[in-house]
Ligand binder design. Structure first.
Ligand SMILES: [Zn+2]
Length: 339
């Protein structure tokens, strides 16, 4: 080993980063650029964006107007999880890491777990009806010309908080996507200051209009809009990185911030070294939140292929997701909203 290598090793042990990874830097710039120029996605400004949610894009999917996915936030990056909701955490290295850290006795690791956990999000096909009381400057957006958005289909990348409002309304009031009798949805994006002084985005004042309306003013326009809906499942498939890509991404991220120990743990987890404490995990949950989750744990060991329990409760493999939600969703979901 040359002197400089030995020196670098020592610095690494001390958790000191020694420079920048230029290849990763280039890659990041390209990805950011692509993201910002992806005009398929609706960017929500501060204020009210009146949208219409389109009916299911695929005729075989009755009632399914949205596509659910899991997302990780790492630093400034938002990444589509490599597993689908309900699939085993072993399909995603970041989920493996988050679950492991969630069980850790180490406070820092608990903190990292909260930051990188997979959050549910949804893609929806929508059109914009109008913008009301929008602060474009605060939104750091240029006001788009009407011809750029009118009757154009966008993908709304929505957090749980928005989808909860939508689903509650559909259950109580019926189909909001009907092209003749549906209702427009007013997304109200605001900042909210919490007691501890931190400021987060909130959509809690979003609501449906009370009066129904047409999707568009002519049958031809309605036909044109419906035929230009996105295949949301396909778009998610294209965005979803595979296990190895996510591993490299996560290693890069933690090395970037000088947290080499996390990269090491991740390596151990992937190689199957015994760092997961699933038993302890399940046990803790039973103790703190009652026996509901204990029951799920049992189903996990006995029967992982049953689909009949879908309505009664979470599927066995969704255990980790549900735990994450009970623990984190209320407190975290506004925090990760970044539309
Ligand atoms: Zn994941």
């Amino acid at each position: 080993m040359s002197n400089i290598d030995a020196f670098e090793e020592q610095l690494k042990d001390l958790g000191v980063p020694t420079g920048m990874d230029v290849e990763r830097f280039k890659q990041k710039i390209i990805e950011k650029k692509n993201e910002n120029s992806d005009t398929r996605f609706l960017k929500l400004p501060y204020g009210k964006t009146v949208i219409r949610i389109l009916p299911p894009y695929n005729k075989n999917r009755i009632g399914q107007y949205s596509e659910e996915y899991l997302q990780h936030k790492m630093g400034d990056d938002y990444i589509v999880c490599s597993r689908k909701s309900g699939e085993s955490i072993k399909k995603c290295p970041i989920c493996m890491l988050a679950t492991n850290f969630y069980n850790s006795q180490d406070k820092n690791e608990n903190q990292i777990s909260k930051m990188i956990y997979a959050h549910k999000r949804y893609y929806l096909n929508v059109v914009v009806k109008e913008y009301v009381d929008v602060d474009w400057e605060k939104s750091r957006m240029e006001e788009p010309k009407k011809e750029e958005w009118e009757n154009k289909v966008f993908i709304l990348d929505a957090p749980v908080s928005i989808v909860k409002i939508i689903e509650k309304f559909i259950i109580e009031n019926g189909d909001v996507t009907n092209v003749l009798s549906g209702k427009d949805f007013v997304i109200n994006k605001k900042n909210k200051t919490y007691d501890n002084g931190s400021v987060f985005v909130t959509y809690e004042e979003s609501q449906f209009k009370t009066e129904p309306s047409y999707l568009a003013n002519s049958p031809e326009l309605i036909k044109a809009i419906l035929s230009s809906q996105y295949d949301l499942e396909k778009i998610l498939q294209d965005k979803r990185k595979n296990f190895n890509e996510l591993t490299n991404f996560a290693m890069g991220h933690f090395n970037d911030i000088g947290n080499f120990r996390v990269s090491e743990t991740l390596k151990q987890l992937i190689s199957g070294e015994p760092v997961i404490h699933t038993k302890q995990y399940a046990g803790q949950q039973v103790n703190t939140t009652g026996n509901v989750k204990g029951t799920v744990t049992q189903t996990q060991t006995q029967n992982t292929s049953s689909s009949s329990n879908q309505q009664q409760g979470p599927q066995a493999t969704e255990l980790e997701d549900d735990l994450s939600f009970d623990e984190f969703t209320n407190e975290m979901e506004d925090e990760i909203d970044n539309l």
